[in-house]
Design a protein around this ligand. Structure first.
Ligand code: ADP
Length: 261
């Protein structure tokens, strides 16, 4: 991706230790540029979620700096960041539309003003017919779509995703991977995606940041040059297989590092 533009965010020597003594990150440094799709790839427990939470402003680093372009971090309470968690985390007592409304409500938007935006977000994830449904009536993949609609409804510049598809079956995951790429291409956010799947990271990303075992730091950065839009033709191509081999090798090397290796 273009390194001529200044990054929208850079981590410089970021460390994070918890009160129980666990060091999740140590000396982690990387940058993300506008409109990139960056994956943080690493073994479970290497600090990927911790890095994402620091970027979201949900957690402070213990060491190092997070530098945002323009000096100010995006404001989650104003809907400038969309966050998709591992679980869809929907309110079970509220309809799909009310779940998607939540970030707009928190930003002070009235329900009447929000309604067209809620409908647009649901249409983007193919759930326009389900605004009155309740979470219990939806499949796992549909719940995750609602969660993505909720993250997108404020039209955030930055979309942070923490292993959103890990709990889904492979067919559903492939479909949501494709839908996510279409959304990203249409909405032009900057996306940071946490995963421990080599295959998913290669399919989705313009760049992959491979992290070591805990305490996590950056072991390698791999650019995925394949053009977008990507489709099943890419997923079954020799180029994809070769990239997966390169990234797998980097991951194996990364896992041999860190104290928790
Ligand atoms: P990943 O997303 O790569 O699986 P995490 O960032 O969730 O890893 O966690 C990194 C390490 O930090 C893990 O060992 C985890 O148990 C620990 N950890 C995460 N959050 C906390 C916390 N609030 N208190 C103590 N330890 C934590």
């Amino acid at each position: 991706m273009s390194s001529t533009t200044s990054p929208i965010v850079s981590l410089h020597g970021v460390g994070k230790s918890f009160p129980n003594g666990v060091a999740a990150l140590r000396d982690a440094s990387f940058s993300v540029h506008e409109h990139e799709f960056v994956s943080l790839l690493g073994p479970s427990g290497c600090g990927k979620s911790t890095a994402l939470r620091i970027l979201a402003g949900l957690m402070e680093p213990s060491d190092g700096d997070v530098i945002w372009r323009g000096g100010a971090a995006p404001d989650g309470s104003k809907g400038e960041i969309g966050f998709v968690f591992q679980e869809p985390t929907l309110m079970p007592w509220a309809s799909v539309a009310r779940n998607v409304y939540l970030p707009l409500k928190l930003a002070g938007v009235t329900r009447a003003d929000a309604l067209p935006r809620i409908r647009e977000a649901l249409a983007r994830v193919g759930l326009e017919a389900f605004e009155k449904a309740f979470p219990r009536e939806l499949s796992g993949g549909m719940k995750m779509r609602v969660s993505i609609a909720r993250a997108l409804v404020t039209n955030p510049k930055l979309l942070l995703m923490d292993e959103p598809f890990a709990a889904l079956d492979e067919i559903t995951r492939f479909r949501l991977n494709n839908d996510l790429l279409s959304l990203w291409a249409a909405m032009r956010q900057t996306a940071i995606f946490v995963t421990h799947s080599v295959f998913e990271s290669v399919y989705l990303s313009s760049r992959i940041i491979v992290m070591t075992s805990r305490p996590g730091r950056v072991h390698a950065e791999i650019t995925v040059d394949a053009p977008y839009p990507r489709s099943e033709a890419f997923r079954t191509s020799p180029e994809y297989a070769a990239l997966c081999r390169t990234v797998s090798k980097a991951l194996v090397d990364a896992m041999a590092q860190g104290e928790a290796a």
